[in-house]
Design a protein around this ligand. Structure first.
Ligand SMILES: [Zn+2]
Length: 446
């Protein structure tokens, strides 16, 4: 458990910009350290087995019910104080590690179609805590213990002077098919003028979904640096589809230049089947013909047993796949970037995960949340408020197609609303590489 403990603590130190030696902490009650954390039933981590939610103990922390996963005594306070020492009576280390390491996904058989961990299989679904960054609540407990024991105030200083940050990202699956897909949708509605416009655009070489200038223009106005994830593979793969474009077509060179002129960046949208196939993934990387820093897998595929190694061997610095398609929120229980845990070698990896919190399809797809416009605004406000409460980071995925009036009418305006909520809450907008640099700097200075 020693490495797991160091891993959790190192993230806490990164977030609060602390040295490991800044406070005296013992994992396990040693009767002498200034802060002591009671150790729970950590033998759970000896095997990859499913967590039994009957073992959860709920306790109230700052008026919020928090689940503790590995403890026995529900009748004590979370924090107790004696002789200048603080005891944390619940194992916040083990519970944090459970979420951060994606431990619950190790025992889940992801099946043959898509390599995905479904929301309904998650503990967040079962305990109804997907909209709470639960690890940040555990960290609040440690933060308070340190503040009380040392009479100091800890604060997050990752985002310059801003109260939180937003990572705006775009997966480019489709940018040449508005004339087919949009026309089909228009045909169903009997909207002939739209069909004529789409066809005219196409014949003049401008598909309505090849709308990068439009996206960049709107982001420039709000000083947004974003990341565009492009795919290297075209066409069908099994039952599903990769992209509808050839990444080496000359017209993309200009697009990449424009993206970079905006201080935004180009990343790789790892194609289907690459999350557990190193050779296939590296072919994807080579197709891009320039150095990339970041990745997000198409359809949010991610194999907890193999993907990390593939990303490390391919020189990737950050990934932003880990979110749920079916529901917005916190798949790893945290609203901060964090280094993925290398379970095979029992240590922290070098891959920074910028966890995905919200994507367009989650709100729009009738199989997922399928929210109405008025509900969306309320929910988004709550979500941003929750991230801001911890001075964290919210990652948003908006496909280029969802900025268009064809097939996805109205979704561009919802994105405008999201940006407005972020700016009104004084967000800092960073692209993936800029976030990596922040964490790199934190690491070298601690
Ligand atoms: Zn995709």
């Amino acid at each position: 458990m020693e490495n797991k403990y160091k891993y959790v603590l190192s993230l806490f130190n990164q977030i609060y910009h602390l040295e490991t030696t800044a406070y005296e902490l013992s994992y396990g009650i040693d009767e002498k350290s200034k802060i002591q954390i009671k150790k729970g039933k950590v033998t759970f981590f000896d095997k990859h087995e499913e967590y039994n939610i009957r073992n959860v103990i709920w306790k109230e922390w700052n008026s919020v019910q928090i689940p503790f996963l590995f403890d026995e005594r529900p009748d004590t306070e979370i924090l107790t104080f004696s002789n200048g020492r603080v005891i944390i009576n619940f194992d916040i280390i083990a519970s944090s590690f459970f979420f951060l390491s994606s431990w619950q996904e190790l025992s889940y058989n992801k099946g043959n179609d898509l390599c995905r961990f479904p929301f309904e299989a998650s503990i967040q679904y079962k305990l109804k805590i997907i909209d709470k960054p639960i690890v940040n609540y555990y960290f609040e407990i440690l933060k308070e213990a340190i503040e009380r024991a040392y009479s100091i105030k800890l604060k997050v200083s990752l985002w310059q002077d801003k109260p939180f940050a937003a990572f705006i990202s775009h997966d480019i699956d489709t940018c040449q098919s508005a004339w087919i897909q949009g026309s089909f949708r228009a045909l169903l509605k009997g909207d002939i003028p739209s069909i004529l416009k789409l066809l005219w655009l196409k014949t003049t070489g401008n598909d309505a979904w090849f709308n990068f200038d439009h996206i960049l223009e709107s982001e420039r106005k709000d000083h947004i640096h974003s990341t565009f994830f492009f795919m290297s593979r075209k066409g069908k793969y099994g039952k599903f589809r990769n992209s509808d474009y050839n990444i080496n077509n000359r017209k993309f060179r200009k697009v990449f230049d424009r993206i970079r002129e905006n201080d935004s960046e180009v990343g790789l949208h790892g194609s289907l089947g690459t999350c557990n196939d190193l050779n296939r993934y590296q072919e994807d990387v080579r197709q891009l013909k320039f150095k990339i820093t970041g990745n997000r897998f198409h359809f949010l595929e991610f194999d907890t047993h193999n993907t990390l190694e593939i990303l490390e061997k391919s020189g990737i610095a950050f990934d932003s796949t880990l979110g749920f398609a079916e529901h917005y929120g916190f798949r790893n229980g945290i609203c901060f970037p964090f280094f993925l845990y290398d379970v095979k070698n029992d240590k922290q990896s070098k891959i920074l995960e910028i966890p995905l919190v919200l994507m367009d399809g989650t709100l729009q797809n009738t199989k997922y949340m399928n929210l109405g416009n008025d509900q969306i605004e309320t929910r988004l406000n709550e979500l941003v408020k929750e991230v801001k409460k911890f001075n964290g980071l919210i990652t948003i995925l908006w496909h280029n197609t969802h900025y268009s009036e064809y097939k996805y009418k109205g979704w561009g305006r919802i994105m405008e609303k999201i940006i407005r909520i972020c700016t009104e809450n004084d967000s800092l907008f960073l692209n993936g590489s800029e976030i990596v640099q922040k964490y790199g700097n934190m690491l070298s200075s601690t």
